[in-house]
Design a protein around this ligand. Structure first.
Ligand code: PA5
Length: 462
């Protein structure tokens, strides 16, 4: 196994050729006329998005520019890292959990929590607790004794029942194990800002009472768009990730995604294709299929972003529209042996987004062994990398042969810079898609209702 070195600063690429009518027929691919017809709508939407960005309506675009917050994040991470904790436990759900999970899987080595501290380069093990399954939570508590653990509770609203219940369990344990005074060394809060006009967060009094380090999520940044705020960046810095390279990746993508022209803006191009596939071609499902284990949780993060942002009953004028493509996560090559039968021969209701790395971080040769088995000659002395590339190409060509459209996102290498580009691209794409569907991308009324009902069932106020 040898490590491959390559330049860090190379941009991701988007390849839409397999989503065009010339590749998969006019019934399943976008025609030049359809691209031309949507161009004007994209331009109009671009003007609105840019105007509203300027007015400060959408904070996610500019999070990477907030150098002061990043400096605070890095300073706090250095401070808490100096304690040498064995574990970092994130308490949060949805947008408060999926971003750091995606980053950890993408940017830290596989099986991270099982590695020695030396192999983890001194970083703690990471546990992202995004559920209230009592068996899992108790198991985590056994693995993470309070004295050896830093907890980061993350909730923008500061009232999510799942997160609050986790916090209450943790506070009680910390009180007992380290005492009230030392609580500030074991618990960090990330929530909405304090101050005049700011909404109430139940985490504010917690932070105040225990004198905790506290990070703010800007009010104009929604949970699923918050990965580049302290929601994602504090745990990322704690985990030894290169947050500066991430900010550089966002900046590079912002430059590309600020272009007005449909054909020159990768986010708008992807948004337009997915939208047209849904409304013109009946592709009501959007599959995100990374061909790298490291990228699998980006598909999970994107699933929330796409579903919660676009799955809406009402349009911006209050009409019932019931929009939204159903996002599906898959993994290549694994799911070739699970889902691809359906993808190729089942209903023609899907568009495929393939997320791929041009070069893996390692190269692994398949050795010259089992020489008596001639049927394995084709694998002998090749690399696993080459086999993965062949499997990917095989699946894409097979999908094309059955007229299934594919859009490719290609990372030259897997690193903080390219991964941040992907996340930023997908955020801008979602914002544009929301405009094309003419819905409010940034709310989630369907989620709020369930939260209220659950609270009532627990005897609380709705
Ligand atoms: O994207 C969103 O806004 C939601 O998915 C939230 O992230 C999720 O509901 C958790 O909310 P909160 O951070 O307020 O606890």
């Amino acid at each position: 196994m040898k490590e491959i070195q390559a330049p860090v600063y190379a941009n991701i690429e988007i390849n839409i050729s397999r989503a065009k009518s010339s590749a998969v027929s006019a019934a399943h691919g976008i025609t030049p006329a359809e691209f031309a017809a949507i161009e004007e709508r994209v331009l109009a939407a671009h003007k609105i998005l840019q105007q509203e960005r300027k007015e400060g309506k959408y904070g996610f675009y500019d999070l990477y520019k907030d150098k002061e917050t990043l400096a605070d994040v890095k300073k706090a991470a250095a401070h808490f890292s100096s304690f040498g904790y064995e574990n970092l436990v994130v308490l949060g759900i949805g947008g408060s959990a999926l971003g750091i999970t995606a980053l950890q899987t993408a940017l830290n080595p596989p099986y991270f929590n099982t590695l020695s501290k030396k192999r983890r380069k001194g970083a703690p093990r990471l546990f992202v607790m995004d559920n209230i399954d009592p068996d899992t939570f108790r198991a985590m508590l056994r693995l993470c004794p309070p004295k050896k653990t830093l907890f980061n509770v993350i909730s923008k609203s500061g009232e999510t029942a799942e997160t609050m219940s986790q916090l209450m369990i943790v506070v009680a344990l910390l009180e007992k194990a380290v005492g009230t005074k030392a609580m500030k060394d074991h618990l960090v809060v990330t929530t909405s800002p304090t101050g005049k006009g700011a909404p109430k967060s139940l985490l504010h009094p917690v932070a105040k009472n225990y004198k905790l380090t506290s990070f703010s999520i800007p009010l104009n940044v929604g949970g699923r768009f918050s990965v580049f705020s302290p929601v994602g960046m504090f745990p990322a810095a704690m985990m030894g990730m290169d947050v500066d390279a991430m900010m550089a990746g966002c900046a590079a993508m912002d430059t590309l995604c600020s272009r007005a022209s449909l054909m020159e803006n990768p986010a708008y191009l992807r948004a337009a294709i997915q939208y047209l596939m849904d409304v013109n071609k009946g592709k009501t499902m959007s599959v995100m299929m990374p061909y790298a284990d490291a990228l699998r949780d980006i598909a999970d993060w994107y699933r929330q972003l796409w579903a919660e942002s676009l799955g809406k009953q009402k349009d911006l004028d209050g009409n019932d529209v019931f929009t939204g493509q159903t996002p599906i996560k898959a993994l290549g090559a694994t799911d070739q042996h699970s889902q691809v039968q359906l993808y190729r021969e089942g209903p023609k209701d899907k568009i495929f987004n393939i997320l791929e790395v041009r070069r893996f971080n390692t190269s692994l040769r398949i050795p010259d062994t089992l020489s008596s088995i001639k049927e394995l000659d084709y694998l002998r002395n090749k690399s696993m990398n080459k086999l993965m590339a062949a499997e990917l190409r095989g699946t894409m060509d097979a999908l094309k042969a059955s007229h299934r459209p594919v859009v490719r996102i290609i990372l030259p290498r897997l690193n903080a810079y390219t991964v941040a580009q992907v996340l930023y691209l997908l955020e801008v794409e979602t914002a544009m898609a929301g405009r094309l569907y003419h819905v409010n991308t940034f709310n989630q009324p369907g989620v709020e209702e369930g939260k209220k009902i659950a609270r009532r069932l627990m005897g609380g106020e709705a």
